[in-house]
Design a binder for this molecule. Structure first.
Ligand code: ADP
Ligand code: MG
Length: 301
């Protein structure tokens, strides 16, 4: 097969591993810098150009689109979809999952366990918003943050109120969430491919920190999931329409709750913690599914 990876950097661990796995399985694979792709939209035969050359069609495209290039990356992927390439994750599913609020609403509708979460615009209802999520301590989260950067813990009612007011002054979108204290600074990353959790790790925040992101100094180890955790992860991925995703769960007193679903999950942490060849499993999934016109949306919607 002819496969393209959309990635800003060939040297990234995940990109390298996917190239390695695809080549090992006999495929032709090309890494395209997402931002260097440009598109011919206004014609009968949509095409993607790269460094002055019109690209030959690909059978499949693996999007590895960073949060900072979601808008442009989704447009490039959509163009490949219009050309009939099979996207590992569809552009609409990626944009959907990038918005934390929208994702949580979709998951809530499906009855998937979530931390109590509130969202408000008006400053009049701060007290009620705090009450809605069970009071302090609570977490305030930027809607489009990554790597733990936009996530803050307010330990007391007073801190919660000041924090919410301060975020509001900044004119950014944020949600307010029940703090799952019993998780003890750890969360679970379930790597879902198709309808299976193929690898799972537990990430533990470093001392004095509640955010377990590896980028924040968290450490990872292999973990065995309960059947409920597995089915929660798989249902969350399916609801968002993602074929490959990293579902982040917290172990709460009221069962597993989904925090977020990542559409370009990093492979380094999970492969190293679990010793599983996730890159190879992703390529196998493409082999089984990349038939012409197998995508649901082909860039529509
Ligand atoms: P990001 O997209 O920046 O990674 P997350 O929503 O995943 O944002 O939050 C980052 C980390 O903060 C999580 O991995 C988890 O360890 C911690 N965290 C987030 N929300 C909560 C919560 N409601 N209760 C307890 N810990 C949380
Ligand atoms: Mg996260």
């Amino acid at each position: 097969m002819r496969i393209a990876i959309l990635s800003r950097n060939t040297k990234l661990y995940s990109t390298r591993r996917l190239v390695e796995a695809a080549e090992k399985r006999g495929h032709e694979i090309k890494v395209l810098d997402t931002l260097k792709c440009y598109m011919d939209i206004a014609c009968m035969r949509p095409s993607v150009h790269y460094k002055g050359v019109k690209l030959d069609p690909f059978d499949a495209v693996i999007p590895r689109i960073g949060a900072s290039v979601t808008f442009y990356g989704a447009a490039v992927l959509r163009q490949f979809e219009m050309m009939g390439a099979y996207p590992l994750n569809e552009s609409v599913a990626i944009t959907r999952s990038r918005d934390k609020l929208r994702s949580l609403q979709i998951l809530a509708r499906a009855g998937i366990g979530l931390p109590l979460t509130g969202f408000a615009n008006s400053p009049d209802n701060t007290q009620d918003l705090i009450k809605l999520v069970g009071g302090a301590p609570l977490v305030v989260k930027l809607l489009e943050g990554t790597q733990g950067k936009g996530v803050v813990l307010a330990e007391t009612p007073k801190a919660a109120e000041s924090l919410i007011e301060a975020f509001r002054e900044l004119d950014v979108n944020f949600l307010v969430q029940e703090f799952i204290k019993e998780a003890g600074g750890s969360d679970i990353r379930a790597l879902v491919i198709g309808d299976k959790v193929v690898a799972a790790m537990k990430r533990q925040a470093k001392d004095g920190e509640f955010r377990s992101n590896l980028h924040r100094g968290g450490s990872a180890s292999i973990v065995k999931l309960t059947p409920e955790e597995r089915s929660t992860a798989v249902r969350a991925a399916r609801r968002l329409g993602l074929n490959v995703s990293g579902v982040d769960l917290l172990r709460s007193n009221h069962g597993p709750v989904v925090m977020e679903v990542n559409s370009s999950p990093g492979l380094e942490g999970i492969e190293k913690a679990t010793d599983k060849n996730v890159a190879d499993l992703i390529i196998q999934f493409i082999e089984q599914n990349a038939k012409p016109n197998r995508t649901r949306t082909r860039g529509k919607g």
